[in-house]
Design a binder for this molecule. Structure first.
Ligand code: ASP
Length: 341
């Protein structure tokens, strides 16, 4: 039987760091020497190829341009490999995984994002484990079909849907959570795939979308928020869409100035997307009086979408040039399993 082949894309982040023996400081790992640094990889019965981005970045410097580079590498190599592993800093991994999920329409192969809290070159690093398991997940098949043909995030012992994940811990090896969607796989002695929650290959041709519109923003509500602050945010030049992080099930102040400002902005053409600040649960506009008003003035419900996914989705929909009414329609539909409507 033909061996599974995996392409590993290295974008930067902690996982690829090791101590420079001369200076003692952390420097990016040379993937040309990966088998010397990680001889265990020789024990995996797969063909593993590596591609290292020229500009290795801490993921805090992530941009839509890099998302496009990642998608293009996958597109160029899509037929050649059975799966892809993306080594990426954990800080903005949930944004990137969400963005890639929207870019890769009809994806039928695994794209597994992973990283680590400690550099691979450190004795107690979680990176080696995350890396090896991600390769195994990207290569796994049952009855000839990939086990997890989705954009996912693997960390510690959980495989999560990428556009449902959030980084919730800056220290623990278990850094990601998915408050509104079950794990795709749980990893212990065995990798237990939760098949009922994993998307099946569509059998359709991969379409790669490569346009993002950055004219979006996030407005997090808080008690005591001032009129000036809201006014300035909504008046940002060129702004087309805003993700409004509301309280609980989508609630916001009922103050007159606040609702008037939002209503005027919507009339001007701004799209306001209601996402909850809670890590689990859904926006339910109209459940309380404090969200009924939002519904009336034309705020769009984000249901149980994460902020990271909402941002990527809005940038993607606006970037693709859909009409304003189509953007609003798609924001309220699940396009890649990113929300439960
Ligand atoms: N700051 C790093 C990054 O996101 C942290 C990590 O790699 O986990 O690139």
């Amino acid at each position: 039987m033909k061996k599974s082949s995996i392409l590993v894309l290295y974008t930067g982040g902690t996982i690829g760091m090791m101590k420079d023996p001369k200076t003692g400081s952390l420097v990016p790992f040379d993937f040309g020497n990966i088998y010397d640094n990680m001889p265990i990889l020789r024990n995996l019965d797969y063909v593993i190829d590596f591609y290292s981005f020229e500009n290795l970045i801490d993921s805090s410097n992530m941009t839509p341009e890099v998302w496009i580079e990642i998608a293009e590498k996958i597109e160029e190599n899509y037929e050649k490999y059975d799966g892809f592993v993306v080594l990426h800093g954990s800080d903005t991994m949930a944004y990137s995984a969400s963005a890639l999920s929207f870019m890769l329409e009809n994806l039928s192969k695994p794209v597994v994002f992973t990283g680590s809290q400690l550099p691979m070159g450190m004795v107690r690093s979680d990176g080696r484990e995350n890396f090896v398991t991600s390769i195994e997940i990207a290569a796994s098949k049952t009855d000839g079909e990939p086990c997890a043909p989705e954009v996912c995030i693997f960390f510690e012992d959980q495989l999560l849907r990428g556009n449902r994940a959030t980084k919730f811990n800056a220290e623990n090896f278990n850094a990601f959570s998915s408050g509104n969607y079950p794990t795709l796989a749980d990893v212990g002695i065995k990798i237990k795939y939760n098949r009922e929650y994993i998307a099946r290959p569509t059998g359709k041709k991969l379409i790669v979308h490569k346009n993002f519109d950055r004219n979006v923003g996030i407005l997090k509500l808080f008690p005591g928020i001032t009129h000036e602050y809201v006014q300035h945010a909504l008046a940002t030049p060129g702004l087309k869409g805003i993700i409004m992080e509301t309280f609980g099930s989508g609630n916001a102040p009922t103050t007159e100035w606040f609702l008037n400002d939002l209503s005027e902005a919507i009339k001007r053409g701004l799209i306001i997307y209601n996402v909850t600040q809670c890590k689990s649960g859904s926006v339910e506009m109209g459940r309380y009086e404090t969200s009924l008003n939002l519904d009336k003035i034309g705020v769009i419900s984000g249901y149980d979408i994460t902020t990271e996914s909402a941002l990527a989705k809005m940038m993607y929909l606006l970037g693709e040039g859909f009409s304003r009414s189509d953007v609003k329609k798609y924001l309220q539909e699940s396009l890649r399993g990113e929300m439960t409507v």
